[in-house]
Design a protein around this ligand. Structure first.
Ligand SMILES: Cc1cc2nc3c(=O)[nH]c(=O)nc-3n(C[C@H](O)[C@H](O)[C@H](O)COP(=O)(O)OP(=O)(O)OC[C@H]3O[C@@H](n4cnc5c(N)ncnc54)[C@H](O)[C@@H]3O)c2cc1C
Length: 443
């Protein structure tokens, strides 16, 4: 059994991924000791599982810069300048049917005080981990020298929400002043809150989170192979190297981008064809070429070169009534609080922030869902008018998403609002009020 020392509070964080490590950095900076318990044996899981892409819009990247991590971020990322839009199945010969281009407006980014950065998922984790465990500098070494300890291979199997204790599969027990569940959408903390709130001791995430019928499969293509597909080879060279692609299909869609500073190309495909109930930490049984479905030849060629894939079902997640336990001592953050669709635009930034204002969080998540729906519109009139709008913009020399008073413009307006958010002040206020609530509950 272990308990923190007398300096600051002792937080236990379950989950050593984006939200868990980001919270550890923020809590240590506020003078608290943190123990992070991560079930995987190493950061980001096994090396045999491909590392995907972390898209971090300005509201997330500015946090990393504000934490003094600018040099590491610059070293490990590319700056996204926008994306080309293609039809998934254009049916116009052997090439790709290009709908147009969307560039991030530089003024919009200056206003937002950040860049749109593309990381390899594992590189972002390493940056956060190194920052979390970094020994204090002489300037930090006041009488409080808070510490972050990360234990790997530490799977939590039980939480006592009143005593604030967690039990590991190994039999070890840890007790803290507060427990933070940053263990993802399928994690034990979200499930424990679900049981408490629904008064259903048999509640499981599988019972309450319902499949939407779509999955995301992600895999990487080496530079050597990617260069042999001419339509995608150009994304390795200027002026295209800072552009991703968004491919719009009928109940299908795809995203590509160069994987940070690595030379691989990341391909994520939205598909109805994957029954594989996998996850980010397990290689899928199906290959990319099994799930890519009807598509233009360059996509087929790309899929044929793809390495091992991961497949994740997209679900409509049960909404927790509150992110804090009745005892006031257990709280969920990141995907454990507000699961985002996999490979969504905002999941990383919101996990970094971590967004505690439920209204804003749900609005952003709905915008991400809307984005996926727009991308995968089935054949029919709505899809035709979306394409006509984008093609007309392209012909007029505008961004494809420019469309006042249309639903495409709604997506852009939402992005502007999201990217410009300054989370720090709000977050401080939230932690303080949570502390006050907890004090009141203990009185
Ligand atoms: C290995 C991995 C790779 C990913 N790759 C991508 C990607 O390429 N693209 C993308 O869009 N999203 C990816 N994601 C999801 C993405 O990280 C999240 O959607 C988002 O960043 C929110 O992060 P989070 O920290 O809240 O949750 P997650 O990133 O899901 O992290 C949850 C963490 O909790 C740990 N955990 C779960 N249960 C327990 C337990 N009982 N005890 C201890 N630890 C536990 C998990 O091992 C994991 O490290 C990945 C997630 C993981 C875990």
């Amino acid at each position: 059994m272990s308990r923190g020392d007398e300096s600051g509070l002792h937080f236990i964080i379950i989950g050593g991924s984006i939200a868990g490590l980001a919270s550890a950095i923020a809590l240590r900076a506020s003078g608290h000791n943190v123990l992070v318990l991560e079930q995987e044996r190493q950061l980001g899981g096994s090396d045999s599982v491909p590392s995907g892409v972390a898209r971090v819009p300005p509201n997330g990247s500015k946090i990393l810069f504000d934490w003094g991590l600018g040099p590491e971020v610059i070293e490990n990322t590319i700056v996204s300048e926008g994306f080309m839009v293609y039809k998934y199945t254009g049916g116009h010969g052997p090439g790709l049917d290009c709908v147009g281009l969307n560039r991030w407006d530089p003024e919009f980014l200056t206003e937002a005080r950040g860049d749109f950065r593309i990381f390899r998922h594992r590189d972002l984790l390493h940056i956060l981990y190194d920052a979390a465990i970094r020994p204090p500098t002489p300037n930090d070494a006041s009488k409080l020298s808070p510490k972050v300890t990360v234990l790997f291979g530490a799977e939590v199997v039980h939480i006592d929400m009143d005593l604030c204790s967690v039990s590991l599969r190994s039999g070890d027990i840890h007790i803290g002043d507060a427990v933070i569940g940053a263990d993802g959408a399928g994690g034990i903390v979200r499930q424990s809150l679900m049981r408490e709130q629904l008064e259903d001791p048999t509640a499981t995430v599988d019972k309450y989170d319902l499949p939407t019928g779509l999955s995301v499969c992600s895999a990487n293509i080496s530079k050597v192979d990617g260069l042999t597909v001419p339509e995608f080879a150009k994304f390795y060279q200027s002026p295209h190297s800072n552009l991703g692609t968004v491919c719009v299909g009928s109940n299908r869609g795809a995203l590509t981008s160069i994987l940070g500073k690595s030379t691989e190309l990341a391909l994520s495909v939205y598909t109805p064809d994957c029954s594989d109930r996998g996850g980010w930490t397990r290689v899928a049984d199906k290959k990319m070429s099994d799930v890519i479905g009807p598509c233009d030849i360059p996509f087929q060629n790309l899929a044929a070169y793809a390495g091992p894939s991961v497949c994740i079902q997209i679900k409509d997640h049960h909404e927790l009534e509150s992110w804090v336990s009745e005892s006031g001592r257990v709280v969920v953050l990141g995907d454990a609080a507000h699961p985002f669709p996999p490979a969504a635009m905002n999941c990383y930034a919101i996990a970094l922030e971590d967004e505690h204002r439920r209204d804003r969080c749900f609005r952003i998540r709905n915008a991400d869902k809307h984005y996926i729906t727009t991308l995968t519109l089935p054949d029919g009139e709505v899809q035709e008018s979306r394409d006509a709008l984008m093609r007309a913009n392209q012909a007029a020399g505008r961004n494809v998403m420019d469309a006042p008073e249309s639903s495409l413009q709604d997506i852009i307006d939402e992005m502007r609002m999201v990217f410009g958010y300054e989370p720090t002040d709000d977050a401080d206020e939230w932690w303080m009020s949570w502390g006050r609530l907890r004090d009141a509950s203990e009185a």
